[in-house]
Design a binder for this molecule. Structure first.
Ligand SMILES: [Fe+2]
Ligand SMILES: [Fe+2]
Length: 196
């Protein structure tokens, strides 16, 4: 099948555009988290932004590898979200985007790539869909913690760690100011569950 006339090339271009935008959107969210003084949260979001950059590169490379020569242009007709709110809402919005990619869009793209005879592209869509579901799981928890005021609160004492100096202490709530380095609570690492 001529690669440039497949649905898969369009899907790859859409995925590249979507990942590129997600990456920048998350950098904007990280900037906002930093303005909120939530530096540990900022770093978490930046890590996810770097993941989206890596995903964009995977999809870009599939196009570059399969295209017959120089790709002049791929026309897309797609909707992309433009929304920056407060950090709590940003986390909710991000979780929804990840949900759609992980549960619907990439599994569908994988199916089509397989049907069109591109198993390695299908494998990328499938593997990246699983990463997006992990992202969704993180953003859901961050949203819940911010909404409920539990980011830095625990029912029972747990170990909190200053991401700046490494100080740790078991408490129900971490320090407002780190006794070792003087950095604020926003540097304290956030607790997330890795399993659903
Ligand atoms: Fe991604
Ligand atoms: Fe993601």
């Amino acid at each position: 099948m001529d690669f440039m006339s497949t649905q898969t090339v369009v899907n790859l271009a859409r995925a590249f555009a979507g990942e590129s935008q997600a990456r920048n959107r998350y950098c904007f969210y990280a900037d906002q988290a930093a303005r909120d003084g939530l530096y540990a949260l900022e770093e978490l979001i930046r890590e996810i932004a770097r993941n989206e950059y890596a995903h964009a590169k995977v999809f870009f490379d599939h196009i570059a590898t399969h295209a017959p020569s120089v790709v002049d242009n791929i026309n897309l007709d797609s909707g992309y979200p433009f929304q920056i709110l407060d950090t709590t809402q940003n986390m909710l919005f991000a979780s929804k985007g990840e949900h759609d990619e992980g549960h619907e869009i990439y599994p569908k793209f994988a199916e089509i790539a397989k049907e069109e005879g591109f198993p390695e592209i299908a494998a990328s869509f499938t593997m990246i869909s699983k990463i997006e579901l992990q992202h969704e799981h993180i953003f859901v928890q961050l949203h819940e913690q911010l909404k409920n005021g539990t980011m830095y609160k625990s029912q029972t004492p747990i170990t909190w760690k200053c991401a700046y100096c490494g100080h740790t202490h078991s408490l129900t709530e971490p320090w407002q100011v780190c006794p070792v380095c003087g950095r604020g609570r926003g540097y304290v690492q956030i607790h997330l569950s890795t399993t659903k």
